[in-house]
Ligand binder design. Structure first.
Ligand code: FE
Length: 298
């Protein structure tokens, strides 16, 4: 068994998106900072409504998936298919933009804390033009694995193996085979679990700090840490404990051409996406709403 080591740190930088929402961007802060199939990771975290009230008014996407994970606050999603969804603390929305979607993501609060993440996950060329779909995944349907000794993990996507047990998250079967685990560690606690060899993996410490791998390289607060290949991941929390996102996915190894919210394989496909958006053809199909998962046994 080869334990993955921390190979590269991508510190998050202050950024703004939508109509002026303030956030921290690590992956995707520039187009060279990706980790195939992951395109971008934004963390939004503020107690000041001025930072988030403007929200993300109607905007298009084509060619990939967006995964929104709320920790605090309340956002409302509406799309061109007439679908609406409410995201509250612990809820996840998995949106497969694919051929195209126009949607808005607007805060439903005027005070208090807004906190969460948006991940952009690429789609293979053969799926970039499939019909759009989205899944609301309520917090109650996301299992929490207890790994003992002060370690728990919310399993959002893929399956977490630990101590001979398997905890399956509600999102399964995407062609990039994503793992999305939210790992909570008590002070000095250690998380260790298998992650498929060959998958690209990274960590994001959103609370506290950690050391990673057998050589215990430090991962700073609010930084993404890209991992070497290997078949397991080891995270050890600092004295304050830590909360760390662990993401892994099968790399696509395809060309990526991005223009804002469109992520395709060629410049011609980007021009087509822009033309389709302008003509209305980006969204001439209904958006499928997919039911995912059953409420987890508690
Ligand atoms: Fe969006």
């Amino acid at each position: 068994m080869t334990t993955r080591t921390l190979q590269r740190i991508i510190p998050s930088v202050a950024a703004s998106d939508g109509a002026g929402v303030k956030l921290r961007r690590s992956l995707g802060a520039s187009q060279s900072l990706r980790h195939d199939p992951f395109l971008m990771l934004d963390e939004f975290y503020s107690d000041d409504p001025e930072d988030y009230l403007a929200g993300f008014p109607a905007h298009p996407h084509r060619g990939f998936e967006t995964v929104t994970y709320m920790l605090d606050g309340h956002m409302r999603h509406e799309d061109n298919g007439g679908n609406t969804g409410d995201l509250g603390p612990g809820d996840v929305q998995w949106m497969t933009a694919a051929r195209g979607i126009v949607h808005s993501e607007m805060p439903q609060q005027t005070e208090g804390r807004m906190r969460g993440f948006q991940l952009w996950l690429n789609l293979p060329a053969k799926e970039k033009m499939k019909p759009a779909a989205y899944s609301d995944i309520p917090s109650a349907s996301i299992p929490v694995a207890s790994l003992g000794k002060g370690v728990t993990a919310k399993v959002i996507a893929g399956t977490l193996e630990h101590d001979g047990k398997k905890t399956a998250g509600p999102m399964q079967g995407a062609s990039t085979d994503p793992r999305y685990f939210d790992v909570h560690l008590a002070p000095l606690a250690v998380f260790e679990a298998p992650v498929p060899a060959g998958h690209n993996a990274f960590l994001y410490a959103y609370e506290g700090e950690a050391v990673v791998g057998p050589d215990r390289k430090p991962l700073q607060h609010r930084a993404a840490g890209l991992l070497s290949d290997g078949d397991s991941v080891r995270i050890e929390a600092g004295a304050q404990g830590a909360r760390v996102l662990l993401l892994a996915g099968r790399p696509l190894r395809e060309p990526v051409v991005q223009y804002g919210p469109f992520v395709m394989n060629t410049h011609e496909e980007i021009e087509q996406a822009i033309a389709d958006y302008n003509s209305g053809a980006l969204t001439n199909e209904r958006v499928r709403r997919i039911k995912v998962g059953q409420p987890a046994a508690t």
